[in-house]
Design a protein around this ligand. Structure first.
Ligand code: PLP
Length: 448
C-alpha cells in the first residue's frame, strides 16, 4: 500500500521513475542505528553514503534528539529578520566563525546547501557592487560540479540533466575543466604536469576579462561528480590566481565541511583560505536541515557600511537547528570523528584496493569521501559504454546484498559512510561490495 501511495502522491527528487517502477516501488527506509538503516520489509543495510554524505555521527544519537526537543519546547522558532535573533544562533555563529579558515569570518545561516550556494554568489556580487565595481559579477565554476538546485546553484552546477528543461539559467555562470588525475583532461600525470588544471582557471578569467569576474567557486573535493581529489598543488595555485585578478575564492564545503575529509574543512588539506565558504550537511549530520555561509571581514565591511543585507530565509538561524548543530558538533569533538574520518578512510581505501577485481581502475579519496572507479579495461583506463550502466548495476546488486551504494558520475561508486564506522563494519561493507562488483562483472562478461 505504501508503495502504491508513493506512486500516486509523491514526486521524488532526482530518482528514475522507470527504475522505481522496475523495482516494484521505491525503497522505503523506516529506521536505523549507527551506520545501518532498515527497510519497512525489515532488511538491514550498511549505508555507504551516510545519507547524502551527511550523517557523520550515525543514526539514533540521543544527545541530538534531546537537545533539539528541549529547544523545541522552549522556543521552536523565532525570526532572524528585522534585528531579532536568539542565544543559540549567536553561539553557533561564534563557534563557526572561530572554526573556519576564513579571515575575520562572519556567519550567515541558511537551511541547506543550495541556499548556501545562492547566498554566497549573491554575496560575491554584492561585494563588488558595494565597492564600486558592479561589472565584476561573473562566476566561474567547473565541469562535474554539483552545487545544488536553487537557480543560482543550478547554474553553477555542471552535471548531466540538471539544466534540461529549466532554461533560462541565471546569467553570468561559466565553467572550466576540473582537475582529475585519473582521467586528466590534459593527458598528463601528477608529478610531471604543470598544473594545467589550475592554469585553466586563469585562462577562463582572462577569456571573460578579469574586470568582470567576481568569483571562482569549487568543491574542495568533488563529491557527486565522482569523489575526485585535486592534486596537491591545485588549490595553492588557484588561490594565487584569484589574488592576482582580485577574484573571490568560493569554497563549497557542503560535503567536505565539519570533518569528512579528515580536517575540519576540506580546503584546509591544502592550507588555503577562501573568501566565502558554503556549509550544510555535516553541521547537524542531517538531524535537522541547516546550512551556513562564512564570509571574510573584507566582504562584510561594505555591507556594514551600506547598512542592510537584503537577503535571508524564514528558517535562517532556526533555533532547533542551532541546538542540533551544537549537540552534533559536540559528539564530533568528543569522539574524535575528524581524526576517525582520516584513519578509517585510509583503512577503507586499502581494503578495497586489496580486492582482486579487474574492473576496479582506481580507489581514490581523502578521509571519508571515497570513490571506486569502475572501468572496462584497467590497463587503458577505458570506460564502460554509458549504455552498460555498470556502476548502476553494482548499486542494484549492492541493495540485494545489504548495501546502500550510490553510483556517481562516470561509473564511480560512492563510499562515504558515517565517521563512526568500525573496522568490523568496514570489513562487512568491503565483503558485500566485492560480491556485488564480482556479480556485475561476471554478468557483463557473459553478455559482452
Ligand atoms: N553543494 C554540494 C557540494 C553538494 O554536494 C550539495 C548536495 O549534495 C549541495 C551543494 C546542495 O545541498 P542541498 O541539497 O542541501 O541543497
Amino acid at each position: 500500500q505504501m508503495k502504491e501511495d508513493d506512486f500516486s502522491y509523491h514526486l521524488h527528487p532526482t530518482s528514475s521513475i522507470p527504475d522505481m517502477e522496475a523495482w516494484g516501488g521505491p525503497r522505503i527506509i523506516s529506521e536505523g542505528e549507527g551506520v545501518r538503516v532498515k527497510s519497512v520489509e525489515g532488511k538491514t543495510y550498511i549505508d555507504c553514503g551516510a545519507g547524502l554524505w551527511l550523517n557523520n555521527v550515525g543514526t539514533g544519537r540521543k544527545e541530538i534528539v534531546e537537545a533539539a526537543s528541549k529547544q523545541m519546547e522552549k522556543l521552536h522558532y523565532f525570526q532572524s529578520f528585522n534585528g531579532y535573533t536568539h542565544p543559540l544562533a549567536i553561539e553557533v555563529a561564534k563557534k563557526f566563525a572561530k572554526m573556519v579558515p576564513v579571515e575575520n569570518a562572519r556567519i550567515f545561516f541558511t537551511s541547506g546547501g543550495s541556499e548556501s550556494n545562492d547566498s554566497a554568489y549573491k554575496l560575491a556580487r554584492l561585494y563588488f557592487n558595494l565597492t564600486g565595481r558592479p561589472e565584476k559579477n561573473q562566476i566561474i565554476c567547473r565541469t562535474k560540479a554539483y552545487h545544488g538546485v536553487a537557480y543560482g546553484a543550478t547554474s553553477a552546477t555542471s552535471l548531466p540533466g540538471f539544466w534540461d528543461g529549466f532554461r533560462p539559467l541565471v546569467p553570468g555562470f561559466h565553467h572550466t575543466d576540473h582537475p582529475h588525475c585519473y582521467f586528466c583532461a590534459w593527458g598528463k600525470e601528477e608529478g610531471s604536469c604543470d598544473y594545467e588544471c589550475a592554469k585553466a582557471v586563469e585562462e577562463k578569467i582572462l577569456e571573460i576579462g578579469p574586470e568582470k569576474v567576481a568569483g571562482f567557486s569549487a568543491e574542495p573535493v568533488i563529491g557527486t561528480g565522482g569523489a575526485i581529489v585535486p592534486p596537491n598543488g591545485y588549490y595553492p595555485r588557484v588561490r594565487e590566481i584569484c589574488n592576482k585578478y582580485d577574484v573571490l575564492l568560493i569554497a563549497d564545503e557542503v560535503i567536505c565541511g565539519f570533518g569528512r575529509t579528515g580536517k575540519n574543512f576540506g580546503i584546509e588539506n591544502w592550507g588555503v583560505k577562501p573568501d566565502l565558504m558554503m556549509l550544510a550537511k555535516g553541521i547537524t549530520s542531517g538531524y535537522i536541515p541547516m546550512g551556513a555561509v562564512a564570509l571574510t571581514g573584507k566582504i562584510y565591511e561594505p555591507i556594514k557600511k551600506h547598512g542592510i543585507f537584503m537577503h535571508g530565509y524564514t528558517y535562517t538561524g532556526h533555533p532547533v537547528a542551532c541546538a542540533a548543530a551544537l549537540a552534533n558538533l559536540e559528539i564530533v569533538e568528543k569522539e574524535n570523528l575528524v581524526e576517525n574520518a582520516r584513519i578509517k578512510g585510509e583503512i577503507l581505501r586499502q581494503k578495497v584496493r586489496a580486492l582482486d577485481l579487474p574492473c576496479i581502475g582506481e580507489v581514490r579519496g581523502i578521509g571519508m569521501i571515497n570513490g571506486v572507479q569502475l572501468v572496462k579495461n584497467r590497463e587503458t583506463r577505458e570506460k564502460f559504454a554509458p549504455s552498460v550502466g555498470f556502476a548502476k548495476r553494482v548499486s542494484f546488486l549492492g541493495w540485494e546484498n545489504g548495501l546502500i551504494l550510490r553510483p556517481l558520475i562516470d561509473d564511480a561508486l560512492q563510499l562515504s559512510p558515517s565517521l563512526i564506522i568500525s573496522e568490523t563494519e568496514i570489513d562487512e561493507l568491503v565483503e558485500k561490495l566485492e560480491t556485488s562488483i564480482k556479480q556485475a562483472w561476471e554478468e557483463y562478461l557473459a553478455n559482452d
